[in-house]
Ligand binder design. Structure first.
Ligand code: PMP
Length: 428
């Protein structure tokens, strides 16, 4: 479609465009849609791929003959740790298999630092005057709300195509000893889709930090979640940090929430051997052991790391068309207007849509009115506040393909309408 950018149109042309968008929006609301694109949940079709898990495990003994139904084995089933150690590129003795939520493991690691300090902390973080985290934005809302719940300050840095703006990160971390940590989703980030390059990872691993116990919360939630054959390889942050003399800096998290069942998968934590010992040393007061029945069931279901990879290929077959539909609908509605940019991620669960400054909340409100639930504007920023009110996270995984197409065409209409309203200066 060849279109004149809205910025280059005359006032009369803009008025006419606004009228067209109002008419399109009226038609949209009349359809009485009820679509939900708020969260990155796997669809029922994806969950069905793992249905066989529900009839496993066969038997109840692990490789060593341990009865998995009983207590024990806090670090998780050895064969499952081995399988995911290979997939995540770490050594088996550096990984723990836990419960169903990596978010809980992140929370435990944060709280253990607050209450006890980490392996190399001069004191517990609660005894520091102030604790600050670096937060690349846009990012994952639950990372921010977790910090907020403990009164931890957040400073933002832009998330770029190759990872966080590492110049900005280095400057913050080098001079301020209150900066104790940083969130980073290194592969197919939520929501920007960025992949941290080897070079950026090496700088994050090696940069001087004023805090001796600075931590990278390396949340590799989408490590295996490719949408194309051009599969991103996650940087080996543990080796990089170790080689740079900061072996305890990264703590790696991952899970099978978007591999098997979002509510009943297995979560993993990896770090230096000391970090793993430290983590288990605190965890042992809270647990006698994880759900090893679920661990064994996952081992039998996958069989091998290749079994996991081919299973992810089946997810891709379901997800890739939905992401293509998002791009197609946004392109059809918005290309050439000069009012929106969006990501075309090669993996992960999200598309990040930028609209004109000051328009994101209006777009989300318009969509809601039309029966299309989007993630609240600002959700990808600390305190839910996007200073430019321009970013919208789109989550196309859950609805069926046809609903994604309908919803995204509707979103394009809402974006065009909001931008036209702003340009005409008439929000009536
Ligand atoms: N990290 C990121 C970046 C996520 O997007 C999500 C899920 N939306 C999680 C963690 C949650 O992981 P889990 O289910 O393992 O708690």
């Amino acid at each position: 479609v060849s279109r004149t950018p809205l910025a280059d149109r005359s006032p009369e042309e803009l008025r006419a465009f606004l009228d067209e968008q109002r008419a399109a929006y009226a038609t949209l609301t009349e359809r009485g849609l009820r679509l939900d694109l708020t969260r990155g949940k796997p669809s029922a079709e994806q969950l069905d791929l793992s249905e066989r898990l529900l009839s496993l495990p066969e038997g109840h003994r692990d490789r060593a003959g341990t009865d998995v139904r009983n207590y024990g084995g806090l670090e998780g089933l050895p064969e499952l740790r081995e399988m995911f150690a290979e997939l995540l590129g770490v050594d088996t003795d550096q990984i723990v298999a836990g419960g169903n939520a990596s978010l809980s493991m992140m929370h435990e690691v944060l709280v253990f630092h607050l209450l006890h300090g980490g392996v190399d902390s001069p004191r517990p973080w609660k005894d520091e005057e102030k604790v600050t985290f670096v937060c690349p934005v846009p990012g994952y809302d639950r990372h921010y709300t977790m910090l907020e719940s403990y009164g931890i300050e957040m400073v933002t840095v832009p998330m770029l195509a190759d990872g966080p703006d590492v110049d900005a990160v280095e400057a913050l971390v080098r001079d301020d000893p209150s900066v104790k940590g940083m969130w980073i989703v290194p592969t197919y980030a939520n929501p920007a889709g960025s992949v941290v390059t080897q070079e950026v990872a090496a700088r994050l691993a090696a940069m001087p930090a004023a805090a001796p116990d600075f931590r990278l919360f390396w949340d590799n939630a989408y490590a295996l979640h490719h949408l194309t054959e051009d599969e991103a390889k996650s940087a080996d942050i543990l080796s990089l940090a170790s080689a740079a003399g900061h072996p305890h800096r990264p703590v790696v998290f991952a899970s099978t929430s978007k591999v098997t069942f979002a509510g009943a998968g297995v979560a993993f934590l990896a770090g230096s051997r000391e970090t793993v010992g430290w983590y288990l040393g605190h965890l042992k007061f809270a647990s006698i052991g994880p759900d090893k029945v679920n661990h064994l069931r996952h081992v039998q279901f996958f069989g091998s790391p290749d079994g996991v990879r081919s299973h992810m290929g089946r997810h891709r077959e379901i997800l890739a068309p939905k992401f293509a539909a998002v791009d197609a609908a946004l392109s059809a509605g918005l290309d050439g207007l000069g009012i929106a940019e969006w990501t075309r991620p090669r993996g992960g669960y999200f598309v990040s849509l930028d609209v004109p400054d000051g328009c994101a909340s209006r777009v989300v409100a318009l969509a809601k009115e039309a029966g299309i639930a989007l993630t609240p504007a600002g959700a990808s920023f600390p305190y839910g506040k996007d200073p430019r009110d321009r970013n919208i996270r789109l989550a196309p995984s859950f609805p069926v393909l046809e609903e994604v197409e309908t919803a995204m065409a509707g979103v394009a209409t809402c974006v065009a309408l909001a931008a036209a309203e702003q340009l005409v200066g008439d929000v009536g």
